[in-house]
Design a protein around this ligand. Structure first.
Ligand SMILES: Cc1cc2nc3c(=O)[nH]c(=O)nc-3n(C[C@H](O)[C@H](O)[C@H](O)COP(=O)(O)OP(=O)(O)OC[C@H]3O[C@@H](n4cnc5c(N)ncnc54)[C@H](O)[C@@H]3O)c2cc1C
Length: 191
């Protein structure tokens, strides 16, 4: 990932070769969000699919974000915001009732400007990443699409959704002529 002390140049890095095609990312959780943002950062168009209808901001879920993750998020413009909103800690203490069993301190920042860990709710993390996705024209987000299978041949990749099918050619564009007409109104893109 390169030198993380230079976040600005990391964000501005672009591939030298032209990018063709589009990548489907299945799952719009933090990992899928991050994958989509990183691909888009490299100029790769992305369609981000999730079987859920919308975000369900329930529970604490993943509340502990490690420094290397913050570094990665910073390359897509989210790391500093998440780090600043989170609670920073460097020492982990494990207790049994009121007795401390052991503790360890993570003080070395290495070349990163971020702390070893921050605590922030997964819902808030997803919200911030969603803002970055909304600002990224190369990412198209589609909720309510359950991917049930993927097939590939020489001409392209077909994603099979629970109720829908969408086919793309090598250039990432839908191929209407290759799709059965009956799925025109029920592709992943519509519904
Ligand atoms: C109740 C609960 C408590 C948790 N507590 C903690 C905690 O304290 N600390 C911690 O670190 N972690 C915790 N976790 C785990 C944390 O939520 C996960 O590590 C994190 O969400 C993983 O992110 P992800 O993007 O990989 O997966 P997810 O957030 O699960 O996202 C995956 C997405 O993929 C979608 N999907 C899956 N299959 C398909 C398909 N076929 N087609 C389309 N979409 C699909 C799903 O709908 C989902 O939105 C908890 C989880 C739960 C449920």
């Amino acid at each position: 990932m390169g030198d993380m002390t230079s976040h600005t140049s990391a964000v501005e890095t672009r591939p030298t070769a032209p990018v063709s095609g589009r990548v489907a990312v299945v799952g719009n959780g933090p990992v899928g969000q991050t994958a989509a943002l990183l691909l888009a950062r490299w100029g790769v168009p992305v369609v981000l699919l999730d079987r859920r209808r919308q975000r369900d901001a329930i529970g604490s879920k993943a509340i502990c974000q490690q420094r290397d993750v913050l570094d990665t998020w910073e390359t897509v413009g989210a790391g500093r915001r998440i780090a600043d909103e989170g609670v920073t800690w460097t020492t982990a203490r494990t207790f049994h009732r009121d007795r401390e069993l052991f503790a360890y301190t993570l003080a070395d920042h290495g070349r990163s400007s971020f702390p070893p860990f921050v605590n922030v709710s997964q819902a808030r993390t997803e919200e911030i990443l969603d803002e970055r996705i909304a600002a990224q024209p190369l990412i198209e987000t589609r909720w309510g699409r359950e991917v049930t299978g993927v097939t590939q041949d020489a001409d392209g990749v077909t994603l099979h959704c629970a109720r829908t099918t969408e086919r793309e050619g090598p250039g990432g564009r839908p191929e209407p002529g290759r799709r059965p007409a009956t799925i025109r109104s029920s592709t992943c893109a519509s519904q």
